[in-house]
Structure formats: structure tokens, C-alpha cells
Write a protein that binds this ligand. Sequence first.
Ligand SMILES: [Zn+2]
Length: 294
Amino acid sequence: MRNNKEKKHSTVIITDKYSHETKVFNINQKHIANFRLYKRVLLGLACGLILLLTGLLSFIVREHFQKVKLNTELAALKNDLQDAASKEALKNNKIQQMWNKLNLADSTLQKIEKYLDDRNVAVFSSKGNNNNVGGKYYPADKVNFNLIQQRTNEITNILETLQSVPLGLPHEGNFTSDFGVRGNPMSNSGFEFHPGLDISGNTGEPLYATANGTVVFADVKGGYGKCVIIKHIRGYETLYGHLSKILVRKGDKIQTGTIIGLLGSTGRSTGPHVHYEVILNNEKQNPIEFLSVK
Ligand SMILES: [Zn+2]
């Protein structure tokens, strides 16, 4: 190294000992003086770069894990949504099933109404809304809980009506004489109108009321012997004749199945049996009509 003509520069000569070639560099002395400063600056830059790279790396790593976490949360959310959707579908399915049952019940209800209507039994019903027997069809998307309540009330009403209309028999036994014109059983000559059904049995066997009602007669009644008459709703009455013993009193409120007396042969009778009548609006009906529900 030697000083150049201009004091501000130093010359650096690099020689190759084999080829004896030289290279000459003129370096501003200011740079040589600042060499330590440059070294520090370079070192500083290097440290800065390392810090920057480290920061960048940690940012990338953090971002990656953040993304993984978000993806996991997103997948869980999707699962939740699918769960909710399937639960909703299940709920809708249950509503549909319930609605199908309601439609079936409604159709059955209207058949019962028609059956009772055919027998002049008035039932408060939905018939005013729709005359098609066989039921209305309610689409499931029009679920109306007031309507369900209405149908439930109607079913309750029908049940009460059914319990108040004579159905079935007061006693199980053979039918020894049907409703209608028959030969005179007492004299074996001529004909008479038999206004009820005779059911044979043994004296002392229980006789059951065939519907809810109020006892309006409980005493001896001519040829009927010991007799009970029960008044039901809608103009119905039932009569039980030839009892050996009466077990109810006039004015008693009784339920279907109540034992009203014991079978016997009192009055105009040829042997132990119950004479059973069903009366609608003061007209004698054939009790056979009330033995089954079509
Ligand atoms: Zn009779």
C-alpha cells in the first residue's frame, strides 16, 4: 500500500506470486478511516437481517398453526350444522308422523259420527266443515295446534256420547225371543208384538246397565214384573224386565256396567230371563241394532 498523489486516496496493490500479475485499487482514505464503522454497520445489518428472518419465520409458523386451528373449528362448525340439520329433519319427520296419525284419527272419528248419525244419535261434530265421510286431510305444513285441540274435544265428546247410548247387552245368554211379531208364548195361540229382546239366564245373575244415565223407574210394572227403566241422553231409554231383585232407586245416576238388578222371572214370564228394550224418542227399537258397532 502506498500513498497516492492525492492525499485523499490510498492505493492497494495485490500481486500474484506465480503470474506476477498485479491489481491496483484506489481507496478513499475516508473509507479506510471508517472501516471499523462499516464493519459495525455490516454486523448490525447482519444481526438485523437475522432478527427479521427469525421474526418472519415465527410469523409464518404462527400463521400456519392459526390456520390449522381455524380449519379445525370450521370442520367442527360444519359438523354441528349437519347435526342440527339432521335433528331438524328428525323433528319434521316426527311432526309428519303425528300429523298422519291425526289424519287417521280424524277419518275414524268421522266414520264413528256417520255410524251414530245413521242411528239418529246427534253428536256435536266437524261435519259442518266437510261432508266427506272418510276424513279431511290436513297437510303437515299447516300444523295447527288449535285444530288438534278441537279434534281432541270432538273425540272426547264422541266418547261421552258413546257411553250414553245403549250398546251391547245387559246380560250374556241365549236370545229366546227376538224383537217383533211373534206367536203368543203364554197361550200358544195368536200373535203379538214383542217390543224387546229376551235373554235367558239363571235367577240371581247380575244385569248391567248398557249406558250412562238416570234411573226413572224402579218398581213393579204390570207384565214386566220387577222393572228398571233408565233414561239416557239424546232421547234414549232402556228397560229391563222380569227381575228377581231391583238394586237401584229412581233418581240414581248410573254408569255403563252398573249392576241395576238380578235376573228373574217376575211378571208375565215363562222362565228366568231378562226382557230388554231400547227406546228412542218413545219408540221401541230392535236391541239387536245396538249390539255391534259397524
Ligand atoms: Zn220379552
